[in-house]
Design a protein around this ligand. Structure first.
Ligand code: CP
Length: 318
């Protein structure tokens, strides 16, 4: 795999292959010594033009557990704030000897621009671009669902027939997009629930069903409820957001709704969470919540992606 830009680019077999390598990485992490020498001598640059907690630190942990050197670059405090272009930044990283660049950028398509340019030869990994995609989040979510359903017997399995309900700010969510393409490719049935104002134009062409009533979706039954963060920072002032109280009442996973879920239904959230808005603390901290499992699994998934991008084909881990 030369780059990872989008889950839409992945075939079902490729996606299962990545999840299976992530299982190998999870095995490594359960050992006393959690480190592999596999990427010794390789350099991974975390190039973040937007804030991040989970994605940045888990890519850093993943690279270090594979023995790569890691350079963390944040646009804040760099020459980007003096107007330096993406091209000049990329060429600077190439001169430093970056083998892989993990990029988060507010502009949809920025990772594709880097991958298609001749500015840098490194493998490019999309860590979230605008409202477009967040492929490693989709992969870690699929990995988490598969593990909750099948435990350590997950290898080789798809998500055929698994019912996933994604709720909230679909319009601004790169997480929703990466999950829609990946989960449906793996065979899941995806249902989206949102206020009409938080659904994108063109949703009729997505391989999903769409509804506006969260309670109706709960009554219909679902294996997974994936809550999305309300992305206030991407909303225009005076825009289309129902007010917080109304949003929480109609589309929030509050205590009453979490009590009505089937006992086996898992609750997911990519983080960061707006507690009390899209999800109540009881829902977020309940045993059915996978929020912290998602974070832990993110390290295994990102180890797998770095390994596949930097080592080419799947081979023996050493
Ligand atoms: N889920 C996610 O991308 O979180 P961060 O913004 O903290 O990286």
């Amino acid at each position: 795999m030369k780059h990872l830009l989008s889950t839409r680019d992945l075939t079902r077999d490729e996606a299962i292959g990545i999840l299976d390598v992530a299982e190998d990485m999870a095995d490594v992490q359960s050992r006393e010594v959690r480190k592999l020498p596999t990427l010794r001598g390789r350099t991974v640059v975390n190039l973040f033009f937007e804030d991040s907690t989970r994605t940045r630190i888990s890519f850093e942990a993943a690279a270090k557990r594979l023995s790569a050197d890691v350079i963390n670059f944040s646009a804040k405090g760099s020459s980007v704030s003096k107007g330096e272009s993406l091209k000049d930044t990329a060429q600077t990283l190439a001169a430093i000897g970056a083998d892989a660049v993990v990029i988060r950028h507010p502009a949809s398509g920025a990772p594709q621009v880097l991958a298609q340019s001749n500015w840098i030869e490194a493998g490019i990994i999309n860590a979230g671009d605008g409202t477009h995609e967040h492929p490693t989040q989709g992969l870690l979510d699929a990995f988490t669902i598969r593990r909750r359903l099948h435990g350590t017997a997950s290898r080789g399995r798809s998500l055929d027939g698994v019912r996933v309900t994604i709720v909230g700010d679909i319009l601004h969510s790169r997480v929703a997009r990466s999950n829609v393409w990946l989960l449906t490719s793996l065979g899941a049935q995806v249902h989206l629930v949102a206020p009409a104002t938080l659904l994108p134009v063109g949703i009729a062409n997505w391989p999903v069903t769409v509804g506006y009533d969260f309670d109706e979706a709960i009554d219909a039954g679902t294996d997974v409820v994936m809550m999305l963060r309300i992305q206030a920072e991407r909303m225009m002032s005076g825009g289309f957001f129902p007010n917080a109280r109304e949003y929480s009442k109609r589309w929030g996973l509050d205590d009453a709704r979490v009590d009505r879920l089937h006992a086996a239904t898992m609750v997911m959230h990519p983080g960061p969470m707006n507690r009390g808005l899209e999800i109540s603390s009881r829902a977020a901290d309940s045993p059915r919540s996978t929020v912290l499992e998602q974070v832990a699994n993110g390290v295994s998934v990102r180890m797998a992606v770095l390994y596949l991008v930097l080592s080419g084909e799947r081979g023996e881990l050493s």
